[in-house]
Design a protein around this ligand. Structure first.
Ligand code: ATP
Ligand code: MG
Length: 328
């Protein structure tokens, strides 16, 4: 369904994202995980043509056989919304505060269909039901400020799925919500993806959250895919030292799982911080922060295969004999 090849995104001559190849099959759920500034949004927004104006995007992003890079803005806007839905990060900033909820959902439907008023209202109610919001009459008449953050995010999910997209992109959809509500929204996204056979590209800082929602994980660092594979395989048998450090720092993974990964009871943070664009070292982008860097990390590191469906770009990967994640 989605095939990214040789994607290159640069701002002011500096590379901010670089993806050689990444595929997402129909109905599949993939998670992008990485620290703040690692380039997750830049890749995702390039798919939607919503990258910053100053960004130059080259390469190929094909969705159902249609090339999205270079496509006229009007055509891309039609694909966005009709075939690809977006759930934004902060619901409170994404709804129109002066428009009733019912009207905002109805607008999303009528943007891509010629349905009459009655059919649209029926669909609005159906969508409110789909996202498990109670009391549709009240919701339809409400203004955004009359709903909680979690309810607002449900409304935005209803808007994103209004035209039954084949792919839903959710860029950190729960970071603005409190913890209990986060779980409900994650459950909802997972259920909808299964019910509607809708692919999901889910962005998060947390590996544990991504593993809960997605079958596949792409660990992003320095705008590149550092490691890619089945979620379980990535968490239980990481190859890349960056993935390993993320696991050690992950609060949402069960403690015993981190212990299985060879850790103590301590929660770690990833040493150092993500450099600004233009400040990543040559070769492995993570090598300045890595305790296991060797000489070959200074040269270009190609993606290599660990197992079936498991790839990484680490020169000194965690071997199977070694217990992951101890030194940070
Ligand atoms: N509009 C912009 N102009 C210039 N640089 C930008 C712009 N937006 C992002 N960047 C830079 O691009 C790099 C990748 O940013 P990106 O927003 O993709 O990170 P992210 O992984 O989504 O982080 P977060 O988890 O905080 O959302 C960062 O170095 C960031 O500073
Ligand atoms: Mg982001």
């Amino acid at each position: 369904m989605l095939i990214i090849e040789n994607l290159h995104v640069s701002i002011a001559g500096h590379t901010v994202a670089e993806v050689e190849k990444l595929e997402l099959a129909n109905g599949q759920r993939i998670g992008f995980v990485g620290e703040s500034g690692s380039g997750k949004s830049m890749i995702v927004m390039s798919i939607l043509g919503l990258q910053p104006k100053s960004a130059k995007v080259t390469g190929s992003i094909k969705f159902n056989g249609v090339e999205l890079i270079g496509i006229p803005a009007k055509k891309l806007a039609d694909i966005r919304g009709r075939l690809i839905g977006l759930v934004p990060q902060d619901p409170t900033k994404s709804l129109n505060p002066t428009m009733r909820i019912g009207k905002q959902i109805a607008e999303a439907i009528s943007l891509h269909s010629n349905a009459g008023k009655k059919a649209i209202l029926r669909r609005v109610r159906e969508l409110i039901d789909n996202v498990r919001l109670p009391d549709p009459d009240r919701i339809i008449k409400s203004y955004p400020h009359q709903l909680s953050g979690g309810q607002q995010q449900r409304v935005l999910i209803a808007i994103a799925i209004a035209c039954e997209p084949k792919l839903l992109i959710a860029d950190e959809p729960t970071t603005a919500l409190d913890v209990t509500v986060q779980g409900e929204i994650l459950n909802l996204l997972l259920t909808l993806s299964k019910e509607l056979d809708m692919g999901l590209l889910f962005v998060s800082h947390e590996l544990g959250v991504v593993r809960f929602v997605c079958q596949k994980v792409a660990v992003i660092y320095g705008g590149q895919v550092a490691e890619f594979g089945n979620a379980d395989s990535i968490i239980k048998q990481p190859a890349h030292r960056y993935t390993d450090a993320l696991i050690a720092a992950n609060i949402s993974l069960p403690r015993n799982e981190i212990e299985v990964a060879g850790n103590t009871n301590q929660l770690h943070s990833v040493r150092g911080s993500v450099p600004s664009i233009g400040e990543f070292p040559d070769g492995c982008r993570y090598r300045n922060r890595c305790d296991f860097a060797i000489d070959s990390c200074r040269s270009f590191v190609p993606m290599r295969q660990k197992d079936k469906d498991h790839y990484h770009r680490c020169c000194n990967p965690i071997s199977s004999a070694e217990k992951p994640n101890v030194t940070h």
